[in-house]
Design a protein around this ligand. Sequence first.
Ligand SMILES: Cc1cc2nc3c(=O)[nH]c(=O)nc-3n(C[C@H](O)[C@H](O)[C@H](O)COP(=O)(O)OP(=O)(O)OC[C@H]3O[C@@H](n4cnc5c(N)ncnc54)[C@H](O)[C@@H]3O)c2cc1C
Length: 447
Amino acid sequence: MSSHVEVAIVGAGISGLSAAWELHKLGIESLVVLEANSRVGGRTLNYPLVSGGYVEQGGTWAGPTQTALLNLAKEMGVSTKKGKLEGLTFYGFRQKWTMLEPSPTSESHIAQKDFAQAMTTFEALCRTVPVEAPWQAPDANVLDSMTMGAWIEQNTTTDEARAWFEGCVRQIISGDPHKVSLLWMLHFVHTAGFNDLLETAEDFGFVGGTQQISLNIAQHLGERILLNAPVTEILGYDGSLVQLVSERGVVYAQEVIVAMMPKTVGRIKFHPPLPAIHRQLIAQWETMSWIKFHAIYEQPWWQGQIISGHFLNIDTKIEAFDISPEDGSKGVIVGLLAPDYATLPELKRRELCLTFLGETFGQAARQPLEFIEFDWNNQPWTGGCISALPPGLLTAAGSALNSPVGRIHWAGTERSSVWVNYIEGAIRAGQKAAHDVAARLRSVSTT
Ligand SMILES: Cc1cc2nc3c(=O)[nH]c(=O)nc-3n(C[C@H](O)[C@H](O)[C@H](O)COP(=O)(O)OP(=O)(O)OC[C@H]3O[C@@H](n4cnc5c(N)ncnc54)[C@H](O)[C@@H]3O)c2cc1C
């Protein structure tokens, strides 16, 4: 197969699909979306349960400031529902559970003050980092030369506050704070807004799951989506027509939007090779991933008791919370296991999760109707939950984040300057790339 289009989009995650939908709304119908997988939605994924219904293995929640996502969902006829159930949060440290309400209380008031002080300092530092160009922050080189973990060590005086801060960061980035740049972390949080990220990012879910938004866009776009079409080569992007080679044939396009997790872009061969700064950015981008698990029960029997809520064990790096449907039709607990457990045999991991659930939600939680785990590290076209930057990279190569190369434009949540790493960021990056491409096409047609 070979075809000619005005715009080819690589990746049918929510970012690539948002780009395609925006182009369609701008009147550009000559487009194709090439997707490696046999499905659309990328890091949003509904997983059917044997007992009926589904659970979400990827991106799930939304907050009130995520307006691009809320608007797109509405446009696609996907309505919102209440997000995480309210309940008490507990954190486990040195084999003791402590209640968090609303900031960590502790027998040790010193640790509590220490934690609060570090959070205040971090928040103030976040505000110094420009969302469009984090490498231009005052002291950018210093901030980028250290890890988030090192900063926590320097800015806390008690073991408990340090462990709690690390636990919070680990929860957000799905990886080790000692592996990521402080500047990258400050930028990540600032693009969402410190308070919005901590307090409102999980206010809503979507009826039918977030993947439904992508499924609906794909239905509107019809044959313009090509599944099972991993792009392996992009040629001639510096000329007048770009050639994209995929397992389903060759596509020739005037403009290209690459809407993928940056690390996976490294699997595509570019001719001519991408400029060095882009290659450096792509090659050194880290991926990080929780292992997500769901345990399904006939009833959410734990609700109404004190344990309805959220458990984060800092010692074992396991977290779980109640996401049962509001009508009480079944009990659903979702959990996250740190990447450290990926090398354990599956049965051992399952036993570990069930022990954790038994200790926190009650012994009956050891016997779910269904137990499902999902490791994004094993997904061939994604390779993780979150892309993170190690120290030094944002200042060295950050300016390549959003700069087009010839006829190639970049999308994907990692390229956003608003809610980076979230679905909101993915949509905004896709929409922005669509507008940039449309402007280029218009300028060509008027010259
Ligand atoms: C466990 C988990 C929980 C999360 N929770 C939330 C949450 O609650 N709220 C939130 O807002 N966000 C959450 N996120 C993040 C959110 O899901 C992502 O930010 C968002 O889905 C990224 O979309 P994207 O389109 O940028 O990238 P992706 O979804 O990764 O899409 C990229 C697409 O490119 C395709 N591709 C890769 N290589 C090729 C190739 N060579 N040729 C063609 N196609 C290719 C991939 O198959 C994929 O479909 C979560 C993510 C995970 C994994």
